[in-house]
Ligand binder design. Structure first.
Ligand code: SF4
Ligand code: SF4
Length: 260
């Protein structure tokens, strides 16, 4: 990112749990180096300093769930040279997108005594549904090393170099025996983006896709194969409808299971 001044970094939050912003704060040792390379102009999770203006790089966490946020993301986009979305909420609508398949009004009246005070939209949608996005970093939460690579790349004006491979690759690297093949445990690791180091299979649990779809995943074939091996359709659907359930690849495959 060629610039005569230290590039400005802004971090914005929409509907989310803040976990992806915390990943940046959790960078600890690297954070000091980063702080010397950028001017953190807006990051309310970390500082009350809020510089107005155009930012060189904006990180956006969270999904769009209110009319006010749908308007605010337009303003954020106008004030950001590069806009990178971080985490499952920002890239796929998050766990709150499960309501996209349900009756929003019923949820409101079941949970809140006075739902008339709420202005939430009937859907939770990723940032890319609203504005142009320069890069999407997946994960719930994101991986610190991957985030630092994205920051490094944008600060140098190049594309991030992140392997677009599946969790299965990490299983092989850490020597984990495939629990699906060996024990028949349902696992969506073959279509899930790597980033966690294949934690769940290492503890004998199937991956449930919290890093979202990897590049060109054949989710339909995987879900049909799971169903053909005796896994109940509802279980396959549950495996796909998690933090990234509304990512197009997971959504289409899970809806296909419902529709038969
Ligand atoms: S356990 Fe899951 S992620 Fe690991 S190799 Fe088997 S299918 Fe892939
Ligand atoms: S659910 Fe999948 S992607 Fe998430 S931590 Fe477990 S193995 Fe990794």
């Amino acid at each position: 990112m060629p610039s005569a001044h230290r590039p400005t970094l802004a971090v914005f939050k929409f509907a989310s749990c803040d976990g992806c912003q915390l990943t940046l704060l959790d960078a600890e040792d690297e954070l000091l180096t980063l702080a010397g390379q950028v001017d953190v102009a807006y990051f309310l999770e970390a500082s009350s300093r809020a510089v107005e203006g155009v930012y060189d790089l904006a990180l956006v966490e969270g999904s769009i769930t209110t009319a006010a946020d749908a308007a605010r993301i337009q303003e954020v986009r106008q004030r950001s040279r590069y806009l990178v979305t971080i985490g499952a909420c920002a890239t796929a609508g998050g766990i709150q997108a499960l309501r996209n398949w349900a009756n929003h009004a019923e949820f409101l009246s079941a949970v809140y005594a006075r739902p008339d005070y709420l202005d939430s939209l009937a859907t939770s949608t990723p940032i890319s549904d609203h504005v142009a996005v320069d890069y999407e970093l997946r994960g719930c939460p994101i991986n610190k090393v991957q985030l630092l690579e994205v920051l490094r790349a944008f600060l140098h004006g190049i594309r991030p170099r992140l392997p677009d491979e599946a969790v299965c690759g990490d299983c092989k690297r850490r020597g984990t025996v495939c629990i699906w093949v060996a024990r028949g445990v349902p696992c969506v690791g073959p279509v899930t983006h790597a980033g966690c180091g294949a934690i769940c299979p290492a503890y004998e649990r199937g991956c449930y896709g919290c890093y979202g779809p990897t590049g060109q995943p054949n989710v339909v074939a995987l879900s049909e194969h799971l169903a053909a091996s005796g896994v109940r359709l509802a279980e396959v659907q549950r495996a796909l409808r998690n933090f990234n359930g509304y990512a197009p690849e997971f959504r289409e495959a899970s809806e296909r299971l419902v529709d038969g």
